[in-house]
Design a protein around this ligand. Structure first.
Ligand SMILES: Cc1ncc(COP(=O)(O)O)c(C=O)c1O
Length: 405
């Protein structure tokens, strides 16, 4: 079949595939533990549900402006004031089908074929594929010092005549690393000086630990004109546990937003009005669920780190935020796809191979599930990998026998 070059070049989303795999195994009654997930398990805030339900009850469910309903833009403007200390106009805001669509639309608005977009590795799995969707080239930059914290000089060195944009995701999926204020200040300054677009993917910015506070790139910007190339991305998926609602947004200069609106208008005509109403409910409603989710995740992180530390040969960097830990398992297997497959085959624990995030030898383990899943999942992994494990493991009344060395 003659599919397009772009279609043939794309890889399916490994994390979405993993969710499907977990669902299939669960349907078969398998005692699967999903440490590969990317969504909190807490309930959607009641204000979001009521807002959506009340709009459904009107019986009038119509198209909306392609860039979002005024009430949601207003809520995003208020959010931007609170968390970014910046006043923006409705023309500076677009609402999209998740942060994912906001990022893709932004890239489609700014990238020409063959141009390059740079992002630090490890990186979110969708950035390279989104670059391909634009006919452009994604350029990962590995920190040379081997940490998860990129250095400005590593990025500077990779910038060339084709570089058009930089994407920064902090706190980072998959590493959980929150980059320093100095790094954010430096990257904002560097992109302004070089005339590069800077996309800040802030989707996890409120899910941070150890007393850290969200960082706003605007605090370090000098250019507040309509020529500013700073694009801020955020959304309700992670902080309000509303992944299924598919609402995210971008804040940027009017010209970028106008271009994104044209693109989105022809793609989807904008997100569903019901889901936008739910987002208004979440953003304007009682905020306690965000803090209680944050506290739960910090506690889960501590449990996961503790358990992993007791595991000889695994190197971990304590995550500053998100709900992921990116652990170095290379002492056990340098091929992360093979290792991840082994863990599913032997003990039904799902993890995401580091190779998907641009770093071999690592596995991404999520701590957005229950403490029981975290502790039992790591116990099972240990049983598979530790040659000193007992010969048998019981999962419920199922007996597993270690038939490998
Ligand atoms: C770094 C990062 N950016 C963006 C997204 C997309 O979020 P949304 O559900 O709002 O599309 C995700 C989701 O996993 C993510 O991890």
């Amino acid at each position: 079949m003659s599919l397009s070059q772009i279609a043939r070049s794309l890889k399916p989303s490994p994390t979405l595939l993993l969710n499907e795999k977990a669902a299939i195994l669960r349907d078969k009654g398998e005692p699967v533990i999903h440490l590969g997930g990317g969504e909190p398990k807490s309930k959607v805030p009641i204000d979001a549900l009521l807002a959506a339900a009340s709009h459904i009850n009107t019986g009038e469910i119509r198209y909306t402006p392609a860039d979002g309903i005024p009430a949601l833009k207003k809520a995003i403007i208020r959010y931007t004031e609170e968390f970014y200390h910046r006043s923006v106009a409705p023309e500076n805001v677009i609402v999209s089908g998740g942060a994912k669509q906001a990022i893709l639309c932004a890239l489609q608005a700014i990238l020409n074929p063959q141009e390059e977009v740079i992002y630090p590795a490890p990186y979110w799995v969708s950035y390279p594929e989104m670059a391909k969707l634009c006919g452009a080239i994604g350029v990962p930059v590995l920190p040379e010092d081997g940490t998860f914290y990129p250095r400005i000089q590593d990025i500077e060195q990779r910038v060339g005549s084709y570089t058009k944009a930089v994407i920064i995701n902090s706190p980072n999926n998959p590493s959980g690393a929150m980059y320093s204020e100095q790094f954010i200040a430096d990257i904002v300054d560097f992109c302004e000086r070089k005339g590069l677009y800077l996309i800040m993917d802030d989707i996890y910015h409120r899910l941070i630990f150890d007393g850290k506070k969200p960082i706003s790139a605007y605090d370090y910007a000098k250019d507040f004109s309509e020529k500013s190339k700073l694009i801020i991305i955020n959304g309700i998926s992670k902080q309000y546990a509303m992944t299924g609602f598919r609402i995210g947004w971008a804040v940027a200069n009017k010209q970028i937003i106008e271009a994104m609106t044209n693109i989105q208008g022809h793609q989807t005509s904008g997100p569903s009005v019901i889901l936008q109403k739910a987002a208004v409910g979440a953003l304007n409603g009682v905020q306690s669920s965000v803090e209680s989710l944050r506290i739960t995740l910090e506690n889960n992180r501590n449990v996961m780190i503790e358990r992993l530390k007791a595991f000889e040969g695994i190197h971990i960097t304590k995550p500053d935020g998100t709900f992921y830990c990116f652990a170095d398992f290379s002492a056990y297997d340098k091929n992360s796809n093979r290792l991840s497959q082994l863990l599913v085959d032997k003990v039904m624990v799902l993890t995401v191979p580091g190779a998907e995030f641009g770093l071999e030898g690592y596995l991404r383990l999520s701590y957005c599930g229950s403490i029981k899943d975290i502790t039992e999942g790591i116990e099972r992994i240990k049983w598979v990998l530790d040659p000193n494990s007992p010969n048998e493991l019981y999962i419920g009344d199922r007996k597993l026998v270690r038939d490998w060395s």
